[in-house]
Design a protein around this ligand. Structure first.
Ligand code: GTP
Ligand code: MG
Length: 198
């Protein structure tokens, strides 16, 4: 699939306002500031398709991007979780939305779980993996910002995460990624193809 043709469709505040639940979509989830929006821009080779920011909490709506005119193939940029400045109640509310989205969205073929390679598997990352497991929803983990570590340390981090997720190896695949260096793009695109091209 040609991800360079991706274009903005809609920002939905809730699941009910998302585009019709048909075709196939892949959602990018992960902690606030992990690099989800950057990963979407890197994969689509567009500088500012998804809004990025150094300030955590940039993405607050469920943003849908279609591949060209074909609105039946979509990438979805989700708000990050764990953003400290948001009141506890708002956080819980968003977690409820996210769980509902994972459970209820039939066109969702897979989740790209974006983690900073230096801080993998936060508590909520693990919660999300548990939800995905409940739904038999495949997850592809991008250990991003790999450019922040020396190559040996990055590989070691990858091995450690693989080991910790061994029990989920049927459902979970993992790779190193860097938006800054455009590393891991082919591997990630191949995974998206497998989910979206069917
Ligand atoms: P929220 O929308 O707030 O949940 O954040 P996000 O996960 O979408 O993160 P975003 O893509 O906005 O990136 C957060 C910050 O990390 C920005 O300053 C990016 O430039 C930086 N960043 C993202 N990916 C990489 C990467 O691969 N390497 C480096 N060095 N920085 C990155
Ligand atoms: Mg974002």
């Amino acid at each position: 699939l040609n991800y360079q043709t991706a274009r903005f469709m809609i920002s939905a505040p809730t699941l009910a306002q998302c585009p019709p639940d048909d075709g196939a979509e892949v959602a990018f989830a992960g902690r606030s500031n992990a690099g989800k929006s950057s990963a979407i821009n890197t994969l689509t080779r567009q500088k500012a398709l998804a809004r990025t920011s150094r300030t955590p909490g940039r993405t607050q709506l469920i943003n849908h991007f279609s591949l060209g005119d074909d609105t039946s193939r979509r990438l979805v940029d989700l708000p990050g979780y764990g953003f400290a400045k948001v009141p506890e109640e708002v956080k819980r509310e968003w977690q409820r939305h996210l769980a509902e989205y994972l459970r209820g969205r039939r066109s969702l073929k897979g989740v790209v779980l974006v983690m900073d390679v230096r801080h993998p598997l936060t508590e909520f990352d693990q919660t999300l993996l548990g939800w995905a497991d409940d739904q038999d929803m495949p997850v592809h983990i991008l250990l991003t910002k790999a450019d922040k570590l020396k190559s040996g340390a990055a590989k070691q981090a990858l091995q450690q995460v693989r080991q910790r997720l061994q029990e989920w190896e049927d459902l979970v695949t993992i790779q190193l990624f860097s938006s800054l260096k455009r590393e891991g793009v082919d591997e990630a695109s191949a995974r998206l193809d497998a989910w979206l091209a069917t």
